[in-house]
Ligand binder design. Structure first.
Ligand code: NAG
Ligand code: NAG
Ligand code: NAG
Ligand code: NAG
Ligand code: NAG
Ligand code: NAG
Ligand code: NAG
Ligand code: NAG
Ligand code: NAG
Ligand code: NAG
Length: 756
């Protein structure tokens, strides 16, 4: 099958590149706010053409216009010179004109990947997660439509079977767009729509060579995320016989609308925005995006713009926070209307050990289907094994062509992590005739161990253990080692935050906590693209993988509580999240320190608890207007929201006043009171009492001292007063929990008490 597709690639896949006019024009997004529901989309598109024609001349305009965004919001993408940008920015009705960036997928493969794509040879394996009542209560997310913006899908995967599923919901307006190796009959009652967006990449002159020019997934990432969110039960799958079980997604009876926006070299923001506009129009119930760009101001950030209009229509948007950790302040997808997801481990590992000639044993992990004979093999440090044409700083990383077969043959090679992909290193060891690999972290990766599917028997070890192994090699005349075959362990201490998961604070609006929540994103095994290798299921890590877990849970919550707003769903997930691990200890970072809300937001998701949160922190349209008014003027806010008569000078509220399920004060001087509103979604008559864990050096009080609800749907306000008694340089963390006999409704408190 793969060979046939490759043939098609070479015969009929090429891009037409636009020849550039004399002035250097760059791809921009012109954002014009809400789309007038009174106007036909064609009329809106017409207004874009004429606006552009008036500014840059009608001849150039037809070539410059790349997309009209005309369904859920209004705007367009065009190639513009600096001078044209200035002219358009000054026109009435224009909120922002910003250059289109290239967003990245949030797998760790892209994090320590450089250039060379080595196939992940995925085999079938089990996924076990979300269970219990919410599945049964919602018929497994029946009929909720998840819009997935990613690298496309492998529609033939067993995870996307539509067996036993009812007819496509009649409200669905999407299509099954035909393209290379993807005809319009390939959609089914599971994958109910598929489209692909490439005009932005073409306008940027970025090659999509090697990919399918259609919604078919080459990379595997899109199939992985879609099957994590909504894959069917696929029984009796295992990866090389490890971890047998049933592969399944979060909402196995949900439907999928596939929007391919990512190509081998990234995802153009103009394409992402076009897909979001269309997905809203097609009728998705929620959107999931395992990708992101650099953190940016909200209305100069395509995902934030698209998400705002989705949320305005009641469509939750969940996005990955990025893999730029562990450095603080690197999280992306920062708008308060997006559910931003961090990544942490599962309670399963694939335990394997390096046994050295001196008897020392170092525990690590890997998934590799080949086993070594049970004896000691000669061991070499890769930096000592450089080929004559290379040098030790290249061979240390086991990059392609750097290892000398003369030195490596028949040996286990100790390679340093970094630069090229982890799997690529093992591939290079194999090519040089090595029999196994010990993959050693550098100081930056610390304790982060990932179980990849390697080409040679491998064990991945921590920085400390790697350093000990290197000094053993250095000190021994004939160093030797053995690698034990991996064993699937369950009940492992978890979750632990992944070192790669991007932490807060939020660099755009520091008083809005990001990320919102954490979910499993390490060694996640789900469907992949057989075109990326020789398997149907494979292991990947990243916030890309945790994001669709939350998307699956949101689908279940949508099915269970169709009336809940996106903010209510986010609140339910957040206030019921846990901050303790399965050993009843506070969740740790990968460096074995106490994780904070900057790592995990409210904590680790608990979908069954989220179905019954007791209280919710909802956010109304007027709350968002008050928030936006603090950042933009009345005219812009009216255009963005489509509401007339907004007077920002009277309604503006600081970000800390937005009714989020968290309170974050990045610059507390003296005393500050913050008001929150909670709505009763539990028993009609119920009383809650507050429990405060005050951040160190801050006194916190709550007024009133109890919330007595007398009916369902009732909303009550309370004030939280912070008094910084001890200024300090760093953030401090606490929590506020409203409790009754049945519920614990917890929010994190995050404070930096400014130095006077
Ligand atoms: C679509 O593809 C399927 C399977 O590859 C094939 O059986 C079918 O004939 C194709 N249909 C059209 C209209 O090309
Ligand atoms: C676009 O790419 C083609 C082929 O790689 C190249 O010939 C052409 O000069 C490029 N155009 C621009 C504007 O970069
Ligand atoms: C499960 O898979 C194994 C190996 O692929 C096969 O031998 C066995 O028959 C399968 N069992 C079921 C119940 O399908
Ligand atoms: C998992 O499946 C493999 C192959 O089907 C089998 O050899 C092995 O015994 C199974 N392990 C468990 C724990 O079921
Ligand atoms: C090693 O080789 C690389 C690329 O071949 C080169 O860039 C680098 O400068 C070399 N380093 C040393 C220490 O020679
Ligand atoms: C290797 O051993 C030599 C001498 O025994 C020592 O000077 C050197 O510091 C060692 N290097 C490492 C990296 O341990
Ligand atoms: C894997 O889990 C087992 C059992 O909990 C534990 O002993 C082992 O240390 C874990 N391996 C790693 C590398 O964390
Ligand atoms: C913090 O607040 C103080 C007093 O309100 C103000 O002077 C200072 O500029 C603020 N600092 C920042 C970083 O906003
Ligand atoms: C909260 O504080 C504001 C202003 O200080 C006050 O007007 C309001 O009544 C308080 N609300 C509650 C519920 O205590
Ligand atoms: C805040 O704390 C300081 C120091 O403990 C105290 O003197 C002051 O009265 C407090 N202010 C309020 C409004 O509670």
């Amino acid at each position: 099958m793969a060979a046939m597709f490759w043939l098609l690639v070479s015969v009929c896949f090429f891009f037409h590149f636009q020849v550039e006019a004399s002035k250097p024009a760059k791809l921009h997004i012109v954002y014009l706010g809400h789309s007038d529901p009174e106007l036909h989309p064609d009329a809106i598109a017409e207004s874009h053409s004429s606006l552009l024609a008036e500014t840059i001349g009608s001849e150039d305009a037809s070539e410059a216009l790349i997309y009209s965004y005309k369904h859920a919001f209004s705007g367009f993408a065009a190639k513009l010179t600096d001078e044209q940008v200035d002219r358009i920015s000054g026109l009435p009705g224009v909120i922002s004109v910003f250059p289109s960036g290239i967003s990245k997928l949030h797998t760790t493969a892209s994090w320590d990947f450089l250039g060379l794509s080595v196939d992940r040879r995925g085999r079938k394996h089990s996924l076990s997660r979300v269970g219990g009542s919410l599945w049964k209560n919602t018929d497994y997310g029946k009929d909720v439509i998840i819009g997935s913006l990613d690298t496309g899908v492998w529609p033939e995967s067993e995870s996307f079977s539509d067996e036993g599923m009812g007819p496509v919901p009649s409200r669905w307006r999407g299509i099954c767009q035909a393209g290379q190796a993807f005809n319009s009959t390939l959609c089914n009652r599971k994958i109910i729509g598929a489209r692909y967006y490439y005009k932005g990449m073409r306008a940027e002159n970025i090659s999509a060579a090697g990919d399918f020019f259609s919604a078919r997934d080459k990379e595997g990432h899109g199939s992985h995320t879609a099957s994590t969110a909504a894959g069917r039960f696929v029984p009796n799958v295992s990866l090389h016989g490890y971890g047998n079980g049933t592969a399944k997604g979060g909402a196995p009876f949900a439907r999928l609308g596939i929007y391919k926006v990512c190509w081998p070299l990234g995802c153009s923001e103009v394409d992402i925005l076009a897909a979001m506009d269309q997905a809203i129009e097609d009728g998705v119930d929620l959107m999931t995006l395992s990708l992101g760009g650099d953190p940016g101001e909200f209305f100069s950030d395509a995902i934030a713009v698209g998400a705002f209009h989705a949320v305005q229509r009641g469509i939750p948007v969940v996005a990955s926070g990025g893999n730029a950790g562990p450095t603080l302040g690197v999280v992306s997808n920062l708008a308060p209307w997006i559910v931003t997801v961090a990544a942490s481990t599962l309670d399963r590992n694939f335990s394997s050990s390096a046994v050295l000639g001196n008897g020392a044993v170092y525990k690590g992990e890997s998934i590799s289907y080949k086993e070594l004979k049970p004896w000691q093999y000669p061991l070499i440090a890769s930096k000592d094994a450089f080929a004559p044409t290379s040098n030790s700083s290249r061979s240390e990383l086991c990059v392609v062509g750097s290892l000398d077969p003369e030195k490596v043959r028949g040996k286990i090679v100790a390679c340093l992590r970094g630069e090229n992909s982890r799997v690529d290193k093992g591939h290079n060891v194999l090519l040089a005739g090595g029999v196994g690999m010990i993959l050693c972290n550098g100081p930056a990766e610390g304790n982060e161990i990932l179980a990849d599917d390697h080409f040679v028997p491998t064990v991945h070890v921590t920085y400390t253990d790697g350093a000990a192994i290197f000094s053993y090699i250095n000190a021994s005349e004939h160093p030797t080692a053995y690698i034990t075959p991996p064993v699937t362990m369950s009940g492992v201490k978890a979750p632990v935050m992944a070192a790669f998961s991007s932490p807060g604070p939020n660099v755009v609006v520091p008083d809005v906590l990001k990320p919102d929540i954490t979910a499993p994103g390490v060694d996640i095994i789900a469907a992949i693209s057989p075109a990326s290798g020789d398997g149907s299921y494979g292991s990947m890590s990243g916030t890309s993988m945790s994001c669709p877990h939350v998307a699956g849970m949101i689908a279940l919550l949508k099915a269970y509580h169709p009336e809940w707003s996106p903010a209510a769903i986010r609140s339910a997930l957040s206030t019921t999240a846990t901050v303790v691990d399965n050993k009843k200890n506070h969740i740790l970072t990968n460096a074995l320190e106490r994780a904070t809300p900057f790592h995990f937001g409210s904590g680790h998701v608990d979908p069954n608890a989220a179905a019954h949160p007791g209280l919710i922190y909802d956010v109304s349209e007027s709350d968002y207007i008050a928030f936006l008014c603090d950042m933009y003027d009345s005219v812009a806010v009216a255009l963005i929201t489509g509401k007339q008569g907004i007077d920002c000078s009277t309604v503006a509220q600081p970000a800390s006043a937005l009714n989020l399920p968290s309170i974050t004060l990045s610059n507390l001087t003296g005393v500050k009171t913050v008001t929150r509103f909670v709505t009763n979604v539990g028993d009609c008559v119920s009383t809650y009492w507050p429990k405060i864990e005050a951040p160190e050096g801050v006194s916190v009080s709550v007024e009133p001292s109890e919330l007595a609800f007398t009916q369902a749907g009732q909303t009550l306000a309370f004030n939280v007063t912070f008094n910084a008694t001890m200024p300090r340089k760093d953030y401090v963390f606490g929590s506020l929990t409203w409790k009754n006999y049945k519920h614990k409704v917890r929010i994190p408190l995050t404070v930096k008490a400014a130095l006077a």
